[in-house]
Design a protein around this ligand. Structure first.
Ligand code: FPP
Ligand code: MG
Length: 307
């Protein structure tokens, strides 16, 4: 699924995104397989693993490794944080699919977690992934100064909590069915429920490698732009793509009368807005030259992704 748009971007002599994505993804999947042992109470761990090991695109953890490499670190330094970010993302999707939220039966081409394990277990699997992700960073990151580790944890907690993912999700729930939702509100929702975790991924990767403030700020702006573009494309695909391509229910936003970019701006203008954000994101990387090739290629991939 990753290959077609990525292949389009691979010109002779240019950065090989297809290869880069599949290599990083393989590394991440291997580490995620090993991250959680099934012990007592088995149902909890099986439920966590069911949603975590499901062949997602792994874009957020890939961005974390790329942020670390851009800042001069080895990917081994960031792999625990990259896995933690995928755990957090998975936790948020398990909760998002619950009947009390989006009530979605399909995720990543399979029945949603609560459809298999029940609502109570799904709720707890999300809680467990959220808390374990932080423990995982603390116990599995190679030795770095404690101050740096604290900085990474702070970035992550700030961006998933009351001013990040949770804030975006509640604004999303509150906007459901409302007819007077404006663009500012949609941007508030998208920049928090989606762009926040993308920002956390790139920034924590760079912070692990000890990036200077200027680089961290540039990467944060890059990530916020591609994160917002990612969600706009998600809204567009919700209207235009099939369930087979998406691995989840299409037309869900319209059915739930969600506040989205296509609803407010139409498809063509939404696409234009996403392209503008991708261009702005790439501009932030100009000072880093070739070292930013992976991040530039990922930005291009987000713009062209089919699912
Ligand atoms: C999917 O959006 C949902 C999110 C990106 C964020 C969900 C956030 C929470 C449940 C709160 C925070 C939770 C934790 C564990 C930190 P969507 O419904 O637009 O996309 P979809 O079509 O893929 O469901
Ligand atoms: Mg949803």
């Amino acid at each position: 699924m990753l290959s077609s748009p990525a292949t389009l971007l691979t010109k002779p002599g240019s950065f090989d995104l297809t290869n880069y994505l599949s290599e990083q993804r393989e590394y991440i999947d291997l580490e995620l397989e090993r991250a959680i042992a099934v012990v007592h109470p088995k149902k909890l761990f099986e439920s966590m693993k069911y949603s975590l090991l499901c062949g997602g695109k792994r874009l957020r953890p890939i961005l974390c490794l790329a942020g670390c490499e851009l800042a001069g670190g080895d990917r081994e330094l960031a792999i625990a944080t990259a896995c933690a970010i995928e755990m957090l993302h998975t936790a948020s999707l398990i909760h998002d699919d619950l009947p009390a939220m989006d009530d979605d039966d399909v995720r990543r081409g399979r029945p949603s977690n609560h459809k298999v394990f029940g609502e109570g277990v799904a709720l707890l699997a999300g809680d467990a992934l959220l808390t374990y992700s932080l423990e995982f960073i603390i116990t599995r990151t190679p030795r770095i100064p404690a101050e740096r580790l604290l900085q990474v944890l702070h970035t992550l907690i700030r961006l998933i909590g009351v001013s990040g993912l949770v804030a975006g999700q509640i604004a999303d729930l509150e906007s459901e069915g409302a007819l007077d939702v404006d663009l500012q509100t949609v941007e508030f929702i998208h920049s928090r429920k989606t762009a926040s975790l993308v920002e956390a991924a790139v920034v924590t990767g760079a912070q692990l490698a000890g990036a200077e403030e200027d680089m961290v700020s540039r990467l944060a702006r890059y990530a916020r732009n591609i994160g917002l573009a990612f969600q706009i494309i998600d809204d567009i695909l919700d209207v235009t793509a099939t369930q087979e391509a998406l691995g989840k229910t299409p037309n869900k936003d319209q059915t739930a009368r969600k506040a989205t970019y296509p609803r407010l701006l139409g498809l063509a203008e939404s696409r234009r807005r996403a392209s503008q954000l991708i261009a702005a994101a790439k501009l932030e990387l100009a000072p880093f030259g070739d070292r930013a090739d992976p991040l530039i290629a990922v930005a291009n991939f987000i713009e062209m992704r089919p699912s």
